[in-house]
Design a protein around this ligand. Structure first.
Ligand code: PEP
Length: 260
């Protein structure tokens, strides 16, 4: 099942790194790389720099977004940020269900599903992260874990809504690790996910949905990973913190526009 007609999407996930000043400086330097990028460039920034980054990204090829949101519009939820608030400062997409949110902040599939519905309602494109732990992988539970995360995460969504969202396969054992999952493993799992989506929601949805890989993507391993048929893009953590390494990944590892 080919997925080659879709644009290749590369999402930088800054996690809890960069002050507003550092973010502005980074985006200034990323713009020239983004101009010639063969990938669509998404940048998931901390809440505190969403506003200045979104302003800077206007008229550029960088799409600004957030790393999380609450499923309510407002209310007595100390410390939370709503999708409505993100929308008002220019967020165009949001990462939901990242393994760090699931593991450290105990986010359930049900909560993630509510957030996805709210993001869609607000026209903020959701990126649903899924992935198994090393121990689940070793117990050959990977496909079971992934299908449960997809099934519950997408509960009660319509096919055309699912087709528009982004799925990110992020094996937890490969996040922030020395090595990414092998291209063969990534292709096998992406193919499995696409087939599962075809079974559940139809072939058209499975062909339209973008399935990204995340977990220690670098400028060195990006080329082999992106050649896999069912890899429609990357979710990049550590390597997105450095403008040169991120710039090379968005330019398909062929080097930066300014350096060629
Ligand atoms: C992530 O946290 O989403 C991620 C993929 O991180 P890293 O690239 O550092 O493994």
């Amino acid at each position: 099942m080919s997925s080659s007609v879709k644009p290749f999407i590369v999402v930088g996930n800054w996690k809890m790194y960069k002050t507003s000043e550092e973010a502005v400086n980074f985006v200034e330097n990323l713009i020239p790389y983004a101009e010639t990028a063969s990938s669509q460039v998404y940048l998931a920034v901390p809440f505190t720099c969403m506003d200045p980054v979104a302003v800077m990204c206007k008229g550029t090829k960088i799409i600004p977004g957030a790393q999380n949101m609450n499923d309510r519009d407002d209310g007595p939820f100390t410390g939370e940020i709503s999708g409505k608030m993100l929308q008002s400062v220019g967020a165009q997409f949001v990462i939901l269900g990242h393994s760090e949110r699931r593991q450290i902040f105990q986010e359930s599939n049900e909560f993630i599903n509510r957030k996805i519905k709210k993001a869609i309602e607000l026209n903020i494109r959701p990126i649903l992260c899924i992935g198994e732990t090393a121990s689940e992988r070793d117990k050959t539970q990977t496909t079971q874990v992934l299908t449960s995360q997809i099934k519950h995460g997408l509960n009660a969504l319509k096919g055309d809504q699912i087709a528009e969202l982004i799925l990110a396969y992020e094996p937890i054992w490969a996040i922030g690790a020395k090595q990414a999952a092998s291209p063969e493993v990534v292709q096998k799992i992406h193919f499995f996910c696409r087939n599962y989506i075809a079974d559940q929601y139809g072939i058209t949805v499975s062909e339209k949905i973008s399935i990204l890989y995340g977990g220690s993507v670098t400028q060195e391993n990006a080329k082999l990973l992106m050649e896999q048929n069912d890899v429609d893009g990357f979710l990049v953590g550590s390597a997105s913190l450095n403008v040169e390494s991120f710039g090379k990944i968005i330019n398909n590892s062929k080097g930066s526009p300014s350096k060629n």
